[in-house]
Design a protein around this ligand. Structure first.
Ligand code: PGA
Length: 251
């Protein structure tokens, strides 16, 4: 059975002190409920180890928002997958559209990053999604298919099964414009289909596919009710413990 997951993506927000405070708030809030999903927060590199110290990872998973495409060496300013793992984090977001768009990440780089993450026992939360123009000109399914094929289809079935995917239409990220429940379902079912053709039904049925893009407490329940939507990757609404919990409790 595939897992239901709500994961926060804090992006480049919060100072260390604010971030530790937010993590503590989410951790406290989780003690009071029995969530029907796994809950994860992905935080800036600087926050990983201190956040790890204040959360109970049996209830709240911890992840990074990126990792380097090398495992060590002369790459000033980069943070490697082994470094992320050494903080206690067990997840890493890879291929976020902001990384692709502003930092030139390509499928080739991402292939390397996914391999390094897996070698270091980190679970990649791998993001895919089309831009507005591709949605409007009708190529959005092909675009997402290519993103998956190029970066991920070199993996063995065993390794592919360790991934979490996040469909994040770029036009919905941080814009307040969410995909409709049906638009999300169409894409998620399509993604499962693409995976089934490569890896078979068992793998495609068991992989968790999250939706991301202006997901909030008011629209989460509708999205999560769709059969192929297994949860959310939450940006803006994860920066406030109450709204993040509102999404967790949408399950
Ligand atoms: P958003 O971001 O929820 O602020 O739209 C989602 C994401 O980029 O992961």
């Amino acid at each position: 059975m595939r897992k239901k997951i709500v994961a926060g993506n804090w992006k480049m927000n919060t100072t260390l002190q604010e971030g530790v405070g937010l993590a503590k708030d989410v951790n406290e809030a989780l003690k009071k409920v029995q969530p029907k999903c796994d809950v994860v927060i992905c935080v800036p590199f600087t926050h990983l180890a201190p956040v790890n110290d204040v959360i109970d990872q049996s209830k709240l998973g911890l992840g990074a928002e990126n990792c380097a495409d090398h495992d060590k060496g002369a790459y000033t300013g980069e943070v490697s997958a082994p470094m992320v793992a050494s903080t206690g984090a067990t997840y890493v977001i890879l291929g976020h559209s902001e990384r692709r768009q502003y930092y030139g990440e390509t499928s080739d780089t991402l292939k390397t990053k996914v391999n390094l993450a897996l070698q270091n026992n980190l679970t990649p939360i791998f993001c895919i999604g089309e831009v507005l123009e591709q949605r409007e000109n009708g190529t959005y399914l092909d675009v997402v298919k290519s993103q998956i094929e190029e970066a991920l289809f070199g993996l063995s079935a065993d390794d592919f099964s360790k991934l979490i995917l996040a469909y994040e239409p770029v036009w919905a990220i941080g814009t307040g414009k969410t995909a409709t429940d049906d638009q999300a379902q169409e894409m998620h079912a399509f993604i499962r289909d693409v995976i089934e053709k490569q890896y078979g039904k068992k793998v495609s049925e068991n992989i968790s596919i999250l939706y991301g893009g202006s997901c909030k407490p008011s629209n989460a329940a509708g999205l999560f009710a769709k059969p192929d939507v297994d949860g959310g990757l939450i940006g803006g609404a994860s920066l406030d413990a109450e709204s993040f919990m509102g999404i967790v409790n949408a399950f």
